[in-house]
Design a protein around this ligand. Sequence first.
Ligand code: FAD
Length: 407
Amino acid sequence: MFKDRNPEVLVVGAGPVGMLAGLALNKRGAGVEIVDTGVWPCQHSYALALHAASLDLLEKYGLAPAVRAGAYAVKGLALCDKGGEKLAITVRDIMVTRQDALESLLEGALKSAGVSVHWRHEVFSLEPGETAVRATVNRLGKESRGYAVAHTEWVVEEQRKLEVPFVVGADGYNSQVRRTLGIKFPETAPADYYAVFEFETDANLQNSIRLVFGHDTTDVLWPLPGGSARWSFQLPGYADPQVEEMKKRLADAGLGYIPTERTKDRTEGSPGDLLPELDESHLAKLLDERAPWFAGKVGKVAWKTLVRFEKRQAESYGSGRMWLAGDAAHLAGPAAIQSMNLGLQEADDLAASLAAVLKEGASTAVLEEYNTRWTAKWKKLSQLKITPGAHAFVQRHAAQIAACLPA
Ligand SMILES: Cc1cc2nc3c(=O)[nH]c(=O)nc-3n(C[C@H](O)[C@H](O)[C@H](O)COP(=O)(O)OP(=O)(O)OC[C@H]3O[C@@H](n4cnc5c(N)ncnc54)[C@H](O)[C@@H]3O)c2cc1C
């Protein structure tokens, strides 16, 4: 099952953050295994931009040239409203690249380094102890079931017990590592719903990300590689009744700190297509109301989805032998892609701290310092203020703009 029968670090989750953590640990000589319940890397663009600091990080691992080759280079942010562009901000280096492309690249780099991602492997339980964590990992497989109507179900094909010195919880919003540690995950701001449309277009996107501010909306126009674009529209009046009901029940039970599942990915061909919010006539209406200046053609729609973004911050990044990175520790809004970008940096920092303990005999205090550093970083980000005396448009939309800036 595992190449390394007793890895020094078990990474739970093979999203971008877990895979980067695995790569960073491997490069520092630590024995690592990565497991993920998923069948393969993600299939959509999701968090689609890499900031300058993330690109610097990928440069360190020799991955930046490949990222740049397949990405759309952004030189600036255009701050807009319904009337058009109001202000342009130059940025050092942002590459728009699909999350699935980034994940494939990371998985390829891991493979070249001799580390395979164990897909269909679920961490079932974790028992942290003084010197090691006992982890039970299930390998999942599909089995035909049913007499009258045949169907397939996921079953446990094999169970494996491991004892590992450290666990990295890169297991996303509903992190089992975080839950095992009993770390609360309170909301820091109300959740927002977004309708996302990706389509081919002939629009001249001018190497800019357009942030479009309305009275209670922040919409984003992303240029995508290959002559496409993504519009993300905030839907302030929308609420998914099922999700909101679940959220209320959790709050009533005193469990408001548990994230509700993200609205299911409503992709092409799924029942979600029937949602009026994802109808192309709704896209036309949103463009007309919020960005009538968008002159590009709306060509073939390649992906559309309705997603609920919660904003949460874990009360701590971990303790003892289990530590968090990425969405397992924080959830942010979609406009600045902060959760993934900072998550990548956390992964590298955590890997360096773990390698210092494992390979150089450093004290575990370096892990406490990791916690302090990143807690402070997110606190600073949440308190970001626009300086008085800024452009009137910036002052008017100060809070919205602060949430859109690269981390
Ligand atoms: C539809 C959609 C649209 C999005 N759009 C945006 C956007 O516009 N902007 C933005 O900033 N972000 C967006 N995101 C969020 C973005 O994708 C995340 O911030 C990013 O994936 C975080 O990376 P991660 O590696 O921390 O976690 P994830 O990518 O969530 O990876 C966690 C992994 O852990 C695995 N896992 C969980 N539990 C276990 C377990 N017990 N055992 C083994 N494996 C486990 C999961 O299968 C998963 O693969 C979007 C997400 C979705 C779903």
